[in-house]
Design a protein around this ligand. Structure first.
Ligand code: G3I
Length: 356
């Protein structure tokens, strides 16, 4: 998919990148050494759009649910667990022999109303423990990788130290809720790979730099305290207008690797609301952002996986927050709204195909 023709078109086209590579002598061995590519799956289109299902089968080696494992999906009420959406997506993943990741156990967002009533450390610890025990044990042996803690670092404010993002967990338990979540998940499924997942650390600029430092400090603290943290997810939700800071991103990835952690790209897409209207220009910029990001990561290590946050421009969260003023549809993902591969796909295919 994508293959030599689109790569050649890209190489000869907008970028002038030399991405064309000779076919490997042993195609099967080459395939097996590819870095797995995946995307998030939304249950709505999964159930009604055959082309959507076919796209995952054609392009992906692994999946993650877009929704279904958020607290407001799993626990609409305090005493009710609803695994319906997560199970539906897992059934699709299993049927197509694609591992599915867990997303996510601890996040400030997508919380049900009732969690606002949590008002003490004991109550917070009780609910978090119940949640992680129920959810991780249900999928033990099926979900091999968990985004345990999602987006723990707060948005930087100039002149202030970067702290942890407010949440019901931080409010009631302080920073130890992060350690607790990793320890609980590890206790319930000792063989699962446990990740901390964060955004806003890839781009140039003071905010991203502050966030890089805060993330590295948090990771070091967690490891020093013995938390069973195995890897870091760099989400890769990128602002379209800002370049990647390739040197600093490479250094950050090297730091994580030297701490013994795996590194994953977990949610790549590009907010293209402020990019030029021309689809070709926008697609080129989106592909260039991916190229810079992946090149910086690969300069430090082979990532364990590369994910985009969705597979097709037809279904993406981007317009919820980044709708274009000119009414044109957003183009953040590897396939366009008619499931045709875009230059972004060629970039992903090129990097994931590197056998190192
Ligand atoms: O489908 C329901 C619909 O049935 C319901 O009537 C309607 C009313 O609320 O909501 C619809 O669900 C929405 C869902 O997206 C549809 O996919 C939810 O409201 C909306 O909150 C939900 O947003 C998700 C968001 O996380 C939650 O804050 C996005 O899909 C999802 O892409 C986004 O993903 C996050 C990652 O988890 C973490 N990193 C950032 C990323 C993007 O924000």
């Amino acid at each position: 998919m994508g293959g030599a023709s689109t790569v050649a078109a890209l190489a000869g086209g907008t970028f002038g990148l030399n991405l064309v590579r000779a076919a490997p002598a042993n195609a099967a061995a080459h395939r097996n050494r590819r870095i797995p590519f995946g995307a998030c799956v939304n249950v709505g289109p999964l159930q009604k759009d055959a082309e959507y299902r076919a796209a995952f089968v054609a392009y992906c080696q692994q999946l993650v649910p877009e929704g279904g494992m958020y607290w407001y999906d799993l626990r609409p009420n305090r005493d009710q667990f609803n695994f319906g959406i997560a199970d539906t997506i897992l059934t699709f993943a299993d049927a197509n022999e694609m591992p599915m990741r867990g997303h996510t156990l601890v996040w400030y967002g997508a919380m049900p109303e009732w969690t606002k009533q949590i008002s003490s450390a004991a109550e917070a610890e009780r609910e978090l423990t119940l949640h992680i025990e129920r959810v991780v044990s249900r999928y033990r042996g099926k979900i091999r990788t968990w985004h345990v803690v999602n987006e723990p670092i707060d948005d930087p404010v100039a002149g202030k130290p970067v702290g942890l993002r407010p949440s019901v967990w931080l409010q009631n338990l302080g920073s130890k809720h992060i350690d607790l979540a990793f320890r609980l998940a590890h206790q319930v499924d000792p063989s699962a790979e446990l990740l901390l997942n964060e955004f806003g650390v890839e781009s140039a600029g003071a905010d991203a730099e502050a966030k890089r430092q805060a993330l590295l400090a948090l990771v070091r603290d967690l490891l020093a305290r013995g938390a069973p943290l195995h890897g870091v997810g760099l989400q890769g939700h990128l602002p379209g207008k800002v370049e990647i800071d390739r040197d600093r991103l490479s250094q950050l990835v090297s730091e994580f690797r030297s701490l013994g952690l795996s590194v994953h790209v977990t949610e790549f897409d590009v907010a293209d609301d402020e990019l030029p209207a021309s689809p070709a220009v926008r697609d080129a910029i989106v592909a260039a952002r991916a190229y810079d990001l992946l090149e910086a990561v690969f300069a430090a290590t082979r990532p364990a996986a590369v994910f985009t946050w969705g597979i097709t421009d037809r279904y993406t969260w981007i317009p919820m927050w980044h709708k274009r003023a000119d009414g044109l549809i957003n183009r953040p993902l590897p396939l366009d709204q008619n499931y045709r591969p875009k230059p972004l796909w060629s970039v992903i295919d090129y990097f994931c195909g590197q056998t190192g």
